[in-house]
Design a protein around this ligand. Structure first.
Ligand SMILES: NC(=O)C1=CN([C@@H]2O[C@H](COP(=O)(O)OP(=O)(O)OC[C@H]3O[C@@H](n4cnc5c(N)ncnc54)[C@H](OP(=O)(O)O)[C@@H]3O)[C@@H](O)[C@H]2O)C=CC1
Ligand SMILES: CC(=O)C(=O)O
Ligand SMILES: [Mg+2]
Length: 751
């Protein structure tokens, strides 16, 4: 695969998969496994009790095991994306990928299963036998026509949802996009003329669903590799012939003349600009082959500027991809314990997704994108990480399941269900995704002050290839050569500043000397610092406007790096800089401050940290609930060092801030609702998500412990309160962590 528009190199894609624990998934125990007693409960003898209970009443399997939230993603690798039949082993990265998308987007636990057979019956038997294990079966990347036989048989034989995603997931999203594209171009579904290129799993299912939604059978022409599937064509199987058209046309080119819609579910590059030119006014072009579409949007738009164009890719507007559907559809189906996913549920999902795109985009989504996403030709369908999908689609699917009689555990209170869905996802992950999108919409110049370190170079490459902006590297003249060694073909597209030859040095020395002359430094000292110290040089680049943000921290201790930066950049007037670590789990984020700078903060400073951390939490989609932490709860036990924590609460009382705060309290009271209930006067409506630590010792130790031992991911520290966006990363940072900090700094989230 060679493609200059990809946001990463092949090497990076391989590294992403191989670094740390190979692959993308692991299994985590959801119960404690620490003591002998835990083990005795989890396994023999304790496990015998639920065994007997399930034997006595099989429905209790949903109470005592993970079955109800567990989906198998099953493939034999015969149609991997648009790459063809590369076999079960090679399909594993895609299936692991689908499994993590299930988790990320809808908190469904999923596991990949690759079956080594192209024999339809063996495949069916194998999957059928797995029914006790799973709450649902997601079939994936199995080629037509075998996929039709497999899915049909399994739906008949199994009593849990069986869903071939490439068929129905794709059809649902395509239908949603088509409804909206027709609305925008003033077309009725009953009148549109559609040409479908491809006659495999996805294409046939899309054809069937759009026909079920009102598109006339005689207005649809399907093509396969041999061209138009017309009535009377020899050697056409029953699934294709069910859609054979009465037509004189024989090729895709002929079929497309005057067509309103092109649905591509075939292979890369099969649609040419010439063909597009012959389509009807305001043509609708969905080029959905992955990873490379039937036509690139820029080519289609050049041929027909009046077109609405969608692809399956995330790097163009209008991503028509089944990822918008399958996580949320299974969420709804699992939550009502549906016995299957029927047409009513599919149509409900399509309409819910289509309607969502027509609604006003909430501020936080729009702001993170940096563009106004209002319904129109370049926004016919929501983005997959739009947090509203998690509420809207499962609710629509669950309601349709109940109305159509396939829900075995109906939901009585839909509003409560809607709330519980929202709580299953962590807004931080959406905000992070959107921060990345925002960076791509408004690429900035980010100074990587330690441009000679390999991890920094890899981060700079990833930052550039991701389209997040231009890396400005501080380093010697051999940096281009080193970039080349890391696979960069155009090192000159990276900005490079070498202090030994930079024409900016005299201005930098003037600037630095004007700041430091009354702090005991000579001009000579300043010259030396500019020439020899990359953090000072990098910070001066930032001051002189040669970058929008700066990242450093890999080569010096945090304290030393901060001292250097402070010589060049001041804190925001009246503020004390401080650090925040974020602990990001599946459904929660906790912000901890000050983890990096101030050893013994005063009450005023603690109050400042609370206010500023609350603001960061809000920017990341969380309603802040602040706890001032201590070993003591509201004076018990008494201690010498509690006054400034209590005073910080009083300072906030005086400031009339618009968020909840309380203290002093121990972490278990702050985080555990049962413990908090012992203090009914406490002014926190739920567990705290902003933890203000009493001093640097406890804060720093907690953050480091969490990073080293914690199961959740830790982001940070973010440096808050400096006049310019500068971030000091931990010395142990990976390239990905540096990129995240760069994106957060450039996007103004970490400030
Ligand atoms: N955006 C999305 O969400 C999704 C996109 N897709 C994409 O759709 C494509 C097909 O996937 P799937 O249906 O699962 O695979 P299948 O193997 O079931 O079907 C592939 C179909 O494409 C046809 N085809 C291949 N090359 C051409 C060509 N040059 N011109 C016309 N037809 C062609 C084949 O024709 P023949 O029958 O003659 O062999 C076959 O009918 C893939 O690129 C896949 O990535 C799939 C699912 C979801
Ligand atoms: C998106 C998807 O499922 C495919 O391209 O096969
Ligand atoms: Mg697929």
């Amino acid at each position: 695969m060679s493609d200059e528009t990809l946001q990463f190199s092949e090497r990076e894609a391989l590294l992403f998969h191989s670094e740390g624990r190979p692959g993308k998934i692991e299994i985590i125990a959801s119960k404690p496994m620490a003591t002998q007693r835990d083990l005795a409960l989890a396994y023999s003898p304790g496990v015998a009790v639920p065994v007997q209970a399930i034997y006595d009443d099989p429905a209790t399997v949903y109470d005592y095991t993970a079955k109800g939230n567990l989906v198998a993603v099953i493939s034999n690798g015969t149609a991997i994306l648009g790459m063809g039949n590369l076999g079960p082993l090679a399909s594993k990265p895609v299936m692991e990928g689908k499994a993590v998308l299930f988790k990320r987007f809808a908190d469904v636990d999923a596991i990949d299963i690759e079956l080594k057979t192209e024999d339809v019956n063996r495949f069916i038997d194998a999957v059928e036998l797995m029914e006790p294990t799973f709450g649902g079966i997601n079939l994936e990347d199995i080629k037509a026509p075998e996929c039709f036989i497999i899915e049909q048989a399994l739906r008949e034989r199994m009593n849990i949802p069986v869903f071939h995603d490439d068929q129905h997931g794709t059809a649902i999203i395509t239908a949603a996009g088509l409804i909206n594209a027709c609305l925008l171009t003033g077309r009725k579904l009953s009148e549109v003329k559609i040409v479908v290129n491809g006659a495999g799993a996805a294409a046939i299912a899309c054809t069937e669903l759009v026909k079920a939604m009102g598109v006339r059978g005689d207005n649809v022409i399907l093509c396969d590799r041999k061209g138009v599937i017309y009535q009377g064509r020899e050697g056409v199987d029953q699934w294709k012939s069910a859609h054979a058209a009465v037509t004189e046309t024989r090729t895709l080119t002929e079929a497309l003349v005057g067509a309103d819609v092109f649905l591509g579910l075939s292979a890369a590059g099969s649609l040419t600009p010439e063909m597009v030119k012959d389509m009807a006014p305001a043509p609708i072009i969905f080029a959905m082959a992955n990873p490379e579409p039937e036509i690139r949007p820029e080519l289609a738009m050049a041929a027909r500027p009046d077109a609405i164009v969608a692809t399956g890719r995330s790097d163009y507007p209008n991503q028509v991809n089944n990822v918008l559907g399958f996580p949320f559809i299974f969420r709804g189906a699992l939550d009502v314990r549906a016995t299957g996913i029927n047409d009513a549920m599919k149509i409900a999902a399509a309409n819910a997704i289509a309607e969502l795109a027509r609604e006003r985009v909430p501020e936080e989504v729009a702001a993170a994108y940096g563009v106004s996403h209002s319904f129109g030709p370049t926004y016919i369908i929501p983005a997959p990480f739009d947090p509203r999908l998690m509420e809207v689609v499962p609710v629509a699917v669950a309601k349709a399941a109940m109305a159509s009689g396939v829900a075995t555990k109906p939901i009585l209170d839909i509003e409560a269900y809607r709330h519980s869905l929202r709580a299953r996802l962590n807004p931080t992950t959406s905000v992070l995704s959107m921060a990345y999108e925002g960076a791509r919409a408004h690429p900035k110049r980010v100074i990587f002050a330690e441009g000679e370190e390999e991890v920094v170079l890899r981060a700079a490459i990833a930052f550039k290839e991701g389209g997040y902006g231009t890396p400005v590297l501080v380093g010697r003249d051999d940096v281009p050569e080193r970039l080349r060694a890391l696979g960069v073909t155009d090192p000159e597209s990276f900005e490079l500043h070498n202090s030994r030859v930079s024409p900016l040095v005299p201005r930098m020395v003037d600037f630095l000397y004007s700041r430091l002359q009354r702090r005991g430094y000579l001009r000579r000292d300043c010259e030396r610092m500019v020439n020899q110290d990359r953090n000072i040089f990098g910070a001066l680049l930032l001051q002189l406007g040669e970058g929008d943000a700066m990242i450093t921290g890999i080569t010096r201790t945090y304290g030393e790096t901060m001292r250097q930066i402070r010589r060049v950049i001041d804190p925001v007037a009246g503020k004390t800089p401080f650090g925040i670590h974020l602990l990001v789990g599946q459904s929660h984020t906790v912000f901890i401050a000050d983890t990096t700078v101030n050893e013994r903060p005063t009450a005023e400073q603690l109050a400042d940290f609370a206010e500023q951390t609350a603001a960061v939490a809000r920017r990341m989609g969380h309603e802040p609930r602040v706890a001032f932490l201590s070993y003591s709860n509201f004076g018990n036990p008494k201690g010498e060092w509690l006054d400034n924590i209590r005073d910080a609460v009083t300072v906030l009382d005086g400031r009339k801030v618009g968020f909840e705060y309380e203290g002093e309290m121990a972490p278990d009271v702050a985080l555990n609702p049962k413990q908090l209930a012992n203090y009914p006067f406490a002014r926190l409506s739920g567990p705290a998500n902003v933890l203000i630590m009493p001093g640097l010792q406890s804060a720093h130790i907690s953050a480091k412990l969490l990073r080293e031992l914690g199961g959740d991911s830790v982001i940070g520290p973010m440096l808050i309160g400096m006049e310019k966006p500068v971030q000091v990363a931990p010395m142990t940072s990976t390239a990905s962590e540096l990129v995240t900090l760069a994106v957060l700094a450039a996007g103004g989230i970490a400030r």
